[in-house]
Each structure stands twice: as C-alpha cells, then as structure tokens.
Design a protein around this ligand. Structure first.
Ligand code: NAD
Length: 249
C-alpha cells in the first residue's frame, strides 16, 4: 500500500462507521492524520476508533445523523471543537434506493437528496472557508459510477451523485485559488452493507465491469487517501473513476 505524510492533519470522514468510510478513516489514520469518525451508530463508531487507536493512530467519534444544513453545521462545529481546524473533509455518508420512477416514494427522494447532496453542501459551506483562509485543505466527495452513466431504476441516486460531481467542479472553481483542492472518487460496485442491500442490480453491474469483480472498500479508500494527500497537489475538480473500468466501456 502506498504511504503518504498526513501527520499534523485533521480529517473528518462522514459515515465512517462502515464500508468505504471506515476503510478511509483507517487509511487516513495509518498515514498519520488525526481522524474524526462520524456516523449515526455510536457502538460501530467507537469500534472504528478503537481499531485506529490499537494500530497507534489518533481518532475521535462524533455522532451525526446528516440530513439537513443544521446537522451538517453541527458536525462541523463539534469536529473543530474536538480536534481543531479540519484540513481534510471526506463527504462519504450516503444512502441509495433503487426502483422504477413511477413508484418512487417522495420521502425516499427527499432522504437521498438530503444525505447525499444537502449534507455535503453544508459541510463544505461550513469548513471550506476556514480552509481557504488558512490557504490549504482537501475535500474528497464520494460519488458513484451511477452519477456518470445511466442505469435503469437508479434515477434519483444517479441524479444525487451527478449533483455531487457538479458540486465538486463548482467548488474547485470557488475555492481552488485559495489552496483548497476539491475532488471526487466515483466507485463502481464495492463490497459494503450498501451493495449487499442493493441485490441483483449490483451483480449486473459487476458483470458489465472490465475488472469482473466487486471492489474491496480499501481499493476506494486508497484513491480517497491519494486525493486527500499533497501527492495529488495539482489535481482539482476531478471525478476519479475507481469503478473497475465500468464507465469506460
Ligand atoms: P455503507 O452503507 O457501508 O456506508 C454508508 C455510510 O453512510 C454508513 O456509515 C452510514 O451509516 C452512513 N450514513 C447513511 N445515512 C446517514 C446519515 N443520515 N447520517 C450520517 N451517516 C449516514 O455503504 P458504502 O458503500 O460504504 O457507502 C459509502 C459511500 O459510497 C456512499 O456515499 C455511497 O453512495 C458510495 N458508493 C457506494 C458503492 C457501493 O457499491 N457500495 C458504489 C458507489 C458509491
């Protein structure tokens, strides 16, 4: 595994109690960052914190149910109160739901947009100005191949990740000159609780993917860690496909 120097950096990873977020929190900590593990489940969050500490890393857990501007802003404040200025923000928390457009419940539409678009928006609105004032920072958004290609039964989730891709580019334009790099990773199918719930549609996606298998969360975390590190210092506003080649074919 590549190694990076993230010592002295504070990182906030949303939804880091499982899956890609957990793997990212561990990898950022392994590379020297002090990590705020944020999520809804205290027990799972503390298990991640304990795992990081047992490897010699630094981590704190802050509970957060991200569904609106207030919850995003509160997490940002609590994270800065707990560890100090946030240098790395990973907008990973997300939910997905799949189904035909004609039957799609309004509350599910609103929930996806709230967690996958509105919460990242208000976390950036709260944290990026301070990064810009300090002249450095990195934001990594966790998007999805579903935001770049058209998949049946994935209209709302696809639209939410497409919005996140565009926010990534907008924020690069808005904050880039002031030292804040904003990028996204766009995973294909990854072995996590989310894909386990998605059922047959994920197997179809794997079948269509040149890699021919479902990624481990650590394969996505590796790309996020790279984009969070100074090794990607000239990379801004990019959507990095980490999708086993699916978008290319
Ligand atoms: P996961 O279900 O393990 O992780 C999602 C995380 O987000 C969990 O920790 C969950 O608790 C958290 N979360 C959900 N709603 C939340 C809320 N309201 N407030 C705070 N936290 C909340 O699944 P994952 O696959 O690791 O997903 C992580 C990210 O990766 C998501 O943004 C997802 O859209 C994206 N993604 C996943 C796949 C895949 O195949 N698994 C593919 C592409 C993109």
């Amino acid at each position: 595994m590549a190694s990076y120097d993230l010592s002295g950096k504070n990182a906030l990873v949303t939804g880091s109690t499982s899956g890609i977020g957990k793997a990212t929190a561990m990898m950022l900590a392994d590379n020297g960052a002090r990590v705020v593990v944020a999520g809804r489940d205290k027990e799972r969050g503390m298990a991640v914190v304990d795992a990081i500490r047992s490897r010699g890393g630094e981590a704190e857990f802050i509970p957060a149910d991200l569904h609106d501007a207030a919850s995003a802003k509160e997490l940002a404040h609590r994270a800065e109160e707990t560890v100090g200025p946030i240098d790395i923000l990973v907008n990973n928390a997300g939910i997905a739901a799949f189904g035909p457009t004609e039957d799609f419940p309004e509350e599910t539409f609103d929930a996806i947009m709230a967690t996958d678009v509105k919460a990242p928006f208000y976390l950036v609105s709260e944290l990026a100005p301070a990064m810009a004032a300090r002249g450095s920072g990195a934001v990594v958004n966790v998007s999805s191949v579903a935001g770049s290609i058209a998949l049946a039964n994935s209209a709302v989730y696809g639209a939410s990740k497409s919005a996140l891709n565009q926010l990534t580019r907008n924020w690069a334009a808005e904050y880039g000159r002031r030292g804040v790099r904003v990028n996204a990773v766009s995973p294909g199918p990854v072995r996590t609780p989310m894909s386990a719930e998605a059922g047959e549609s994920v197997n179809e996606l794997v079948e269509q993917t040149p890699a021919g298998y479902m990624a481990a969360p650590e394969q996505i975390a590796a790309a996020i860690t790279y984009l969070a590190s100074d090794e990607s210092s000239y990379t801004q506003g990019t959507i990095l496909d980490v999708d086993g080649g699916r978008r290319a074919v």
